[in-house]
Design a binder for this molecule. Sequence first.
Ligand SMILES: O=C(O)CCC(=O)C(=O)O
Ligand SMILES: [Fe+2]
Length: 394
Amino acid sequence: MSDLADPTDELTSAEHAAAMADYLVEGQARAKTLGNRGAIRFDHAGKLHPEILDSYWEHGFYVFEDLVDPDEVELLRTEVEDMVERAPTNKGSDLDAQGRPALGRDYAIEPYLFVKPLSDPWGGTDLLSGRHPTKMAQPTPEGEAPANVVHLMFGMCQAMPSALRLYGHPALLTIAEGINGADFVPYNDAIFVKKPGLGGSVSWHQDGVTHWDSPDWDHGIHGFNFQVQLYPSTPANGLWVLPGTHKLGRLDIKQMVADNGGNERLPGAVPLFCDAGGVTIANRQLLHGSFANTSPDPRVSITFGFHRRTSVLGQQGGLNLGKFYAKGGDVYDENRLFDRSAVIAVAIDARSIDHPDEARYVYEPFVGLEDDFRFNDDTFERVIKDYNTKDLAI
Ligand SMILES: O=C(O)CCC(=O)C(=O)O
Ligand SMILES: [Fe+2]
Protein backbone atom coordinates (compact mmCIF):
# COMPACT_ATOMS: atom_id res chain seq x y z
CA MET A 1 0.00 0.00 0.00
CA SER A 2 2.87 2.33 0.59
CA ASP A 3 3.22 3.05 -3.14
CA LEU A 4 -0.26 4.60 -3.28
CA ALA A 5 -0.64 8.33 -3.22
CA ASP A 6 -1.68 9.91 0.05
CA PRO A 7 -5.44 9.27 0.13
CA THR A 8 -6.04 12.88 1.20
CA ASP A 9 -4.80 13.93 -2.26
CA GLU A 10 -7.65 12.05 -3.91
CA LEU A 11 -10.84 14.01 -4.13
CA THR A 12 -13.85 12.90 -6.09
CA SER A 13 -15.88 15.38 -8.05
CA ALA A 14 -18.82 14.84 -5.69
CA GLU A 15 -16.65 15.39 -2.60
CA HIS A 16 -15.34 18.62 -4.08
CA ALA A 17 -18.85 19.86 -4.84
CA ALA A 18 -20.01 18.93 -1.34
CA ALA A 19 -17.07 20.70 0.29
CA MET A 20 -17.97 23.86 -1.65
CA ALA A 21 -21.70 23.90 -0.86
CA ASP A 22 -21.82 26.11 2.25
CA TYR A 23 -19.13 28.43 0.96
CA LEU A 24 -21.14 29.04 -2.22
CA VAL A 25 -24.28 29.97 -0.30
CA GLU A 26 -22.44 32.26 2.12
CA GLY A 27 -20.45 33.94 -0.64
CA GLN A 28 -23.50 34.60 -2.76
CA ALA A 29 -25.34 36.10 0.22
CA ARG A 30 -22.35 38.37 0.89
CA ALA A 31 -22.19 39.41 -2.77
CA LYS A 32 -25.82 40.51 -2.67
CA THR A 33 -25.12 42.95 0.16
CA LEU A 34 -22.52 44.93 -1.79
CA GLY A 35 -24.92 46.79 -4.09
CA ASN A 36 -22.63 46.60 -7.11
CA ARG A 37 -24.95 44.95 -9.60
CA GLY A 38 -27.86 45.81 -11.84
CA ALA A 39 -28.71 47.10 -15.29
CA ILE A 40 -26.28 49.45 -17.00
CA ARG A 41 -27.14 53.13 -16.47
CA PHE A 42 -25.85 56.24 -18.19
CA ASP A 43 -25.80 59.91 -17.21
CA HIS A 44 -27.44 62.72 -19.20
CA ALA A 45 -24.42 62.86 -21.54
CA GLY A 46 -24.57 59.14 -22.31
CA LYS A 47 -21.52 58.33 -20.17
CA LEU A 48 -21.44 55.48 -17.67
CA HIS A 49 -23.42 56.56 -14.61
CA PRO A 50 -21.12 57.93 -11.88
CA GLU A 51 -22.82 55.80 -9.22
CA ILE A 52 -21.77 52.69 -11.11
CA LEU A 53 -18.23 53.99 -11.40
CA ASP A 54 -18.11 54.80 -7.67
CA SER A 55 -19.30 51.32 -6.84
CA TYR A 56 -16.77 49.77 -9.22
CA TRP A 57 -13.93 51.73 -7.67
CA GLU A 58 -15.07 50.88 -4.16
CA HIS A 59 -15.35 47.11 -4.62
CA GLY A 60 -13.12 46.53 -7.64
CA PHE A 61 -15.84 44.83 -9.66
CA TYR A 62 -19.38 45.26 -10.94
CA VAL A 63 -22.04 42.97 -12.42
CA PHE A 64 -24.09 44.36 -15.32
CA GLU A 65 -27.20 42.24 -15.60
CA ASP A 66 -28.82 41.48 -18.97
CA LEU A 67 -26.48 43.66 -20.97
CA VAL A 68 -26.01 41.65 -24.15
CA ASP A 69 -29.15 40.80 -26.12
CA PRO A 70 -30.27 37.14 -26.11
CA ASP A 71 -29.96 36.89 -29.92
CA GLU A 72 -26.38 38.06 -29.77
CA VAL A 73 -25.63 35.65 -26.90
CA GLU A 74 -27.13 32.81 -28.93
CA LEU A 75 -24.90 33.54 -31.90
CA LEU A 76 -21.84 33.88 -29.68
CA ARG A 77 -22.64 30.49 -28.13
CA THR A 78 -22.90 28.89 -31.54
CA GLU A 79 -19.60 30.35 -32.70
CA VAL A 80 -17.84 29.43 -29.42
CA GLU A 81 -19.09 25.85 -29.72
CA ASP A 82 -17.90 25.78 -33.32
CA MET A 83 -14.50 27.09 -32.28
CA VAL A 84 -14.25 24.45 -29.54
CA GLU A 85 -15.15 21.74 -32.04
CA ARG A 86 -12.54 22.94 -34.49
CA ALA A 87 -9.72 22.44 -31.98
CA PRO A 88 -7.02 19.97 -32.99
CA THR A 89 -7.61 16.49 -31.57
CA ASN A 90 -4.28 16.60 -29.78
CA LYS A 91 -1.09 18.63 -29.67
CA GLY A 92 0.60 18.76 -33.04
CA SER A 93 -2.46 17.48 -34.89
CA ASP A 94 -3.71 19.39 -37.91
CA LEU A 95 -7.20 17.90 -37.78
CA ASP A 96 -10.18 18.36 -35.51
CA ALA A 97 -12.27 15.52 -34.06
CA GLN A 98 -14.36 15.40 -37.23
CA GLY A 99 -11.30 15.10 -39.45
CA ARG A 100 -11.52 18.66 -40.74
CA PRO A 101 -8.50 20.97 -40.77
CA ALA A 102 -8.26 22.31 -37.22
CA LEU A 103 -8.73 26.03 -36.72
CA GLY A 104 -5.75 28.25 -36.25
CA ARG A 105 -2.93 26.16 -37.72
CA ASP A 106 -2.03 29.30 -39.68
CA TYR A 107 -2.43 31.70 -36.73
CA ALA A 108 0.71 33.30 -35.30
CA ILE A 109 -0.55 32.50 -31.80
CA GLU A 110 -1.97 29.06 -31.00
CA PRO A 111 -5.66 29.68 -30.25
CA TYR A 112 -6.20 26.73 -27.91
CA LEU A 113 -4.98 25.99 -24.43
CA PHE A 114 -5.95 22.54 -23.15
CA VAL A 115 -5.90 21.29 -19.58
CA LYS A 116 -6.59 17.98 -17.91
CA PRO A 117 -10.20 17.89 -16.71
CA LEU A 118 -10.76 19.69 -13.38
CA SER A 119 -7.06 20.52 -13.10
CA ASP A 120 -5.26 23.71 -12.11
CA PRO A 121 -2.65 24.35 -14.81
CA TRP A 122 -0.93 27.37 -13.27
CA GLY A 123 -1.30 27.25 -9.48
CA GLY A 124 1.98 26.76 -7.66
CA THR A 125 4.03 27.04 -10.86
CA ASP A 126 6.25 29.71 -12.39
CA LEU A 127 3.98 30.00 -15.42
CA LEU A 128 2.48 33.43 -16.22
CA SER A 129 5.17 35.20 -14.21
CA GLY A 130 4.45 32.95 -11.21
CA ARG A 131 1.42 35.00 -10.32
CA HIS A 132 -0.65 31.98 -9.14
CA PRO A 133 1.38 30.91 -6.09
CA THR A 134 -0.97 28.29 -4.63
CA LYS A 135 -2.56 25.23 -6.21
CA MET A 136 -6.32 24.62 -6.27
CA ALA A 137 -7.84 21.22 -5.49
CA GLN A 138 -7.89 18.95 -8.55
CA PRO A 139 -10.80 16.55 -8.18
CA THR A 140 -11.04 13.37 -10.21
CA PRO A 141 -13.67 13.63 -12.95
CA GLU A 142 -16.62 11.25 -12.90
CA GLY A 143 -16.77 8.41 -15.40
CA GLU A 144 -15.09 8.50 -18.80
CA ALA A 145 -13.50 11.90 -19.15
CA PRO A 146 -11.37 13.08 -22.07
CA ALA A 147 -7.64 13.32 -21.40
CA ASN A 148 -7.70 17.06 -22.12
CA VAL A 149 -10.33 19.75 -22.46
CA VAL A 150 -10.24 23.20 -24.03
CA HIS A 151 -9.69 25.68 -21.19
CA LEU A 152 -8.90 28.90 -23.02
CA MET A 153 -9.26 30.11 -26.59
CA PHE A 154 -7.34 33.07 -27.97
CA GLY A 155 -7.79 35.22 -31.05
CA MET A 156 -11.58 35.62 -30.91
CA CYS A 157 -11.69 38.74 -33.07
CA GLN A 158 -10.09 36.76 -35.88
CA ALA A 159 -11.80 33.43 -35.27
CA MET A 160 -15.36 34.53 -34.48
CA PRO A 161 -17.20 37.22 -36.47
CA SER A 162 -19.68 37.62 -33.60
CA ALA A 163 -16.85 38.21 -31.13
CA LEU A 164 -15.36 40.94 -33.33
CA ARG A 165 -18.76 42.62 -33.32
CA LEU A 166 -19.02 42.19 -29.55
CA TYR A 167 -15.67 43.98 -29.26
CA GLY A 168 -17.37 47.00 -30.83
CA HIS A 169 -20.40 46.95 -28.46
CA PRO A 170 -21.21 50.59 -27.62
CA ALA A 171 -22.25 49.95 -24.01
CA LEU A 172 -19.10 47.93 -23.30
CA LEU A 173 -16.87 50.56 -24.85
CA THR A 174 -18.69 53.27 -22.86
CA ILE A 175 -17.83 51.33 -19.71
CA ALA A 176 -14.19 51.10 -20.83
CA GLU A 177 -14.17 54.86 -21.41
CA GLY A 178 -15.71 55.56 -18.00
CA ILE A 179 -13.04 53.54 -16.24
CA ASN A 180 -9.94 54.28 -18.33
CA GLY A 181 -10.68 57.55 -20.12
CA ALA A 182 -11.73 58.24 -23.74
CA ASP A 183 -8.27 57.35 -25.07
CA PHE A 184 -8.34 53.87 -23.49
CA VAL A 185 -6.39 51.08 -25.18
CA PRO A 186 -6.92 47.30 -25.38
CA TYR A 187 -5.22 44.65 -23.29
CA ASN A 188 -5.93 41.13 -24.60
CA ASP A 189 -8.73 38.61 -24.84
CA ALA A 190 -9.34 34.98 -23.99
CA ILE A 191 -12.44 32.83 -23.84
CA PHE A 192 -12.65 30.72 -20.67
CA VAL A 193 -14.49 27.47 -21.34
CA LYS A 194 -15.56 25.50 -18.30
CA LYS A 195 -17.66 22.50 -19.17
CA PRO A 196 -19.70 20.90 -16.37
CA GLY A 197 -17.72 18.29 -14.46
CA LEU A 198 -14.60 18.99 -16.57
CA GLY A 199 -13.62 22.68 -16.49
CA GLY A 200 -10.32 23.43 -14.78
CA SER A 201 -9.61 25.98 -12.08
CA VAL A 202 -7.77 29.30 -12.15
CA SER A 203 -5.86 29.67 -8.92
CA TRP A 204 -6.06 32.84 -6.83
CA HIS A 205 -4.10 35.67 -8.40
CA GLN A 206 -3.90 39.36 -9.25
CA ASP A 207 -3.47 40.06 -12.95
CA GLY A 208 -1.15 43.05 -13.12
CA VAL A 209 2.58 42.52 -13.38
CA THR A 210 4.09 45.89 -14.26
CA HIS A 211 3.20 48.75 -11.93
CA TRP A 212 3.11 47.34 -8.40
CA ASP A 213 6.17 49.32 -7.34
CA SER A 214 5.62 52.25 -9.64
CA PRO A 215 5.60 55.73 -8.05
CA ASP A 216 2.37 56.33 -9.98
CA TRP A 217 0.72 53.18 -8.61
CA ASP A 218 -2.97 53.52 -7.89
CA HIS A 219 -6.02 51.28 -7.83
CA GLY A 220 -6.70 51.60 -11.56
CA ILE A 221 -3.23 51.42 -13.07
CA HIS A 222 -3.47 47.79 -14.26
CA GLY A 223 -6.83 48.23 -16.03
CA PHE A 224 -9.81 45.88 -15.90
CA ASN A 225 -11.34 42.89 -17.66
CA PHE A 226 -14.79 42.30 -19.01
CA GLN A 227 -16.35 38.87 -18.89
CA VAL A 228 -19.36 38.49 -21.14
CA GLN A 229 -21.21 35.47 -19.76
CA LEU A 230 -22.76 33.21 -22.39
CA TYR A 231 -24.33 30.89 -19.79
CA PRO A 232 -25.37 31.60 -16.23
CA SER A 233 -22.30 32.34 -14.16
CA THR A 234 -23.00 30.63 -10.83
CA PRO A 235 -21.23 30.56 -7.48
CA ALA A 236 -20.07 27.02 -8.33
CA ASN A 237 -18.71 27.65 -11.83
CA GLY A 238 -18.01 31.39 -11.74
CA LEU A 239 -15.15 33.70 -10.93
CA TRP A 240 -14.62 34.63 -7.26
CA VAL A 241 -13.08 37.86 -6.03
CA LEU A 242 -12.03 39.33 -2.71
CA PRO A 243 -13.78 42.73 -2.72
CA GLY A 244 -11.62 45.82 -2.28
CA THR A 245 -8.28 44.08 -2.74
CA HIS A 246 -7.53 46.16 -5.86
CA LYS A 247 -6.64 48.98 -3.43
CA LEU A 248 -4.19 46.97 -1.33
CA GLY A 249 -1.18 46.55 -3.61
CA ARG A 250 0.43 43.20 -4.19
CA LEU A 251 -0.90 40.58 -1.78
CA ASP A 252 0.90 37.65 -0.22
CA ILE A 253 -1.51 35.06 -1.57
CA LYS A 254 0.51 32.14 -0.30
CA GLN A 255 0.27 33.53 3.22
CA MET A 256 -3.45 34.23 2.87
CA VAL A 257 -4.13 30.62 1.91
CA ALA A 258 -1.78 29.39 4.67
CA ASP A 259 -3.63 31.58 7.20
CA ASN A 260 -6.80 29.83 6.05
CA GLY A 261 -5.28 26.48 7.02
CA GLY A 262 -4.29 25.79 3.41
CA ASN A 263 -7.95 25.89 2.40
CA GLU A 264 -8.49 27.49 -1.00
CA ARG A 265 -11.94 28.77 -0.02
CA LEU A 266 -10.71 32.13 1.17
CA PRO A 267 -12.90 33.91 3.72
CA GLY A 268 -14.69 37.06 2.60
CA ALA A 269 -14.59 36.22 -1.12
CA VAL A 270 -17.69 36.51 -3.29
CA PRO A 271 -18.76 34.97 -6.61
CA LEU A 272 -19.56 36.99 -9.73
CA PHE A 273 -22.92 35.54 -10.54
CA CYS A 274 -25.38 36.54 -13.25
CA ASP A 275 -27.55 35.10 -15.99
CA ALA A 276 -26.49 34.60 -19.59
CA GLY A 277 -26.05 37.98 -21.24
CA GLY A 278 -24.71 39.48 -18.04
CA VAL A 279 -21.34 41.21 -18.16
CA THR A 280 -18.99 41.29 -15.20
CA ILE A 281 -16.05 43.63 -14.87
CA ALA A 282 -13.13 43.08 -12.55
CA ASN A 283 -10.16 45.27 -11.76
CA ARG A 284 -6.96 43.45 -12.72
CA GLN A 285 -5.50 44.12 -9.27
CA LEU A 286 -8.39 42.44 -7.52
CA LEU A 287 -7.60 39.06 -5.97
CA HIS A 288 -9.58 36.56 -8.04
CA GLY A 289 -9.77 32.93 -9.04
CA SER A 290 -12.17 30.14 -9.94
CA PHE A 291 -12.56 26.60 -8.69
CA ALA A 292 -12.70 23.36 -10.65
CA ASN A 293 -16.16 23.18 -12.22
CA THR A 294 -17.68 20.18 -10.48
CA SER A 295 -21.12 21.74 -10.99
CA PRO A 296 -23.65 20.56 -13.60
CA ASP A 297 -23.54 23.94 -15.37
CA PRO A 298 -21.24 25.18 -18.14
CA ARG A 299 -19.53 28.55 -18.00
CA VAL A 300 -18.21 30.37 -21.05
CA SER A 301 -16.75 33.78 -20.28
CA ILE A 302 -15.65 35.96 -23.16
CA THR A 303 -12.89 37.87 -21.43
CA PHE A 304 -11.24 41.01 -22.73
CA GLY A 305 -9.60 43.93 -21.04
CA PHE A 306 -8.78 47.58 -21.45
CA HIS A 307 -6.18 49.91 -20.02
CA ARG A 308 -5.53 53.56 -19.46
CA ARG A 309 -3.27 54.76 -22.25
CA THR A 310 -0.77 56.16 -19.74
CA SER A 311 -0.43 52.77 -18.02
CA VAL A 312 0.77 51.15 -21.23
CA LEU A 313 2.61 53.77 -23.26
CA GLY A 314 6.37 53.30 -23.03
CA GLN A 315 6.09 50.13 -20.96
CA GLN A 316 7.77 46.89 -21.84
CA GLY A 317 5.46 43.89 -22.10
CA GLY A 318 5.96 42.13 -18.81
CA LEU A 319 3.52 39.27 -18.72
CA ASN A 320 5.09 36.04 -19.84
CA LEU A 321 2.39 33.73 -21.17
CA GLY A 322 4.94 31.37 -22.64
CA LYS A 323 4.33 30.64 -26.27
CA PHE A 324 1.21 32.77 -26.22
CA TYR A 325 3.35 35.81 -25.74
CA ALA A 326 6.38 34.94 -27.76
CA LYS A 327 6.66 38.67 -28.37
CA GLY A 328 6.97 39.47 -24.67
CA GLY A 329 9.51 42.18 -24.11
CA ASP A 330 8.24 44.53 -26.81
CA VAL A 331 8.17 48.20 -25.90
CA TYR A 332 4.70 49.59 -26.28
CA ASP A 333 5.21 52.76 -28.28
CA GLU A 334 2.58 54.98 -29.97
CA ASN A 335 2.62 52.85 -33.12
CA ARG A 336 2.03 49.67 -31.21
CA LEU A 337 -0.86 51.24 -29.29
CA PHE A 338 -2.36 52.56 -32.52
CA ASP A 339 -2.07 49.22 -34.32
CA ARG A 340 -3.70 47.24 -31.52
CA SER A 341 -6.37 49.88 -30.91
CA ALA A 342 -7.30 49.72 -34.60
CA VAL A 343 -9.03 46.42 -33.78
CA ILE A 344 -11.57 48.48 -31.82
CA ALA A 345 -12.11 50.81 -34.80
CA VAL A 346 -12.70 47.89 -37.17
CA ALA A 347 -14.89 46.11 -34.62
CA ILE A 348 -17.10 49.19 -34.29
CA ASP A 349 -17.56 49.24 -38.05
CA ALA A 350 -18.20 45.48 -38.27
CA ARG A 351 -20.84 45.89 -35.58
CA SER A 352 -22.54 48.81 -37.31
CA ILE A 353 -23.04 46.71 -40.46
CA ASP A 354 -24.92 44.13 -38.41
CA HIS A 355 -26.68 46.58 -36.09
CA PRO A 356 -27.59 49.47 -38.42
CA ASP A 357 -30.07 50.94 -35.90
CA GLU A 358 -27.67 50.99 -32.97
CA ALA A 359 -25.65 54.16 -32.31
CA ARG A 360 -21.99 53.49 -33.09
CA TYR A 361 -19.54 54.03 -30.29
CA VAL A 362 -17.27 56.99 -31.07
CA TYR A 363 -13.72 55.91 -30.21
CA GLU A 364 -11.79 59.11 -29.70
CA PRO A 365 -8.33 57.99 -30.93
CA PHE A 366 -9.85 57.10 -34.34
CA VAL A 367 -12.15 60.08 -34.85
CA GLY A 368 -11.66 61.23 -38.46
CA LEU A 369 -10.02 57.93 -39.42
CA GLU A 370 -13.24 55.94 -39.72
CA ASP A 371 -12.97 55.48 -43.49
CA ASP A 372 -9.52 53.92 -43.17
CA PHE A 373 -10.86 51.34 -40.73
CA ARG A 374 -14.05 50.11 -42.34
CA PHE A 375 -14.55 46.38 -41.90
CA ASN A 376 -13.51 44.77 -45.18
CA ASP A 377 -11.05 42.23 -46.60
CA ASP A 378 -8.26 44.74 -46.53
CA THR A 379 -8.67 45.66 -42.86
CA PHE A 380 -9.17 42.01 -41.94
CA GLU A 381 -5.76 41.28 -43.44
CA ARG A 382 -4.10 44.43 -42.12
CA VAL A 383 -5.67 44.82 -38.67
CA ILE A 384 -7.48 41.67 -37.55
CA LYS A 385 -5.25 38.85 -38.79
CA ASP A 386 -2.92 37.93 -35.91
CA TYR A 387 -3.97 41.08 -34.04
CA ASN A 388 -3.21 39.36 -30.75
CA THR A 389 0.51 39.38 -31.46
CA LYS A 390 0.11 43.08 -30.64
CA ASP A 391 -1.70 42.64 -27.31
CA LEU A 392 -0.75 45.16 -24.65
CA ALA A 393 -0.03 43.03 -21.61
CA ILE A 394 1.16 44.80 -18.49
O1 LIG B 1 -12.74 33.21 -15.48
C1 LIG B 1 -11.84 32.68 -14.84
O2 LIG B 1 -12.01 31.58 -14.31
C2 LIG B 1 -10.54 33.37 -14.65
C3 LIG B 1 -10.53 34.76 -15.19
C4 LIG B 1 -9.30 35.54 -14.95
O3 LIG B 1 -8.41 35.17 -14.24
C5 LIG B 1 -9.20 36.85 -15.60
O4 LIG B 1 -10.13 37.24 -16.31
O5 LIG B 1 -8.18 37.53 -15.40
FE1 LIG C 1 -6.97 36.79 -13.93
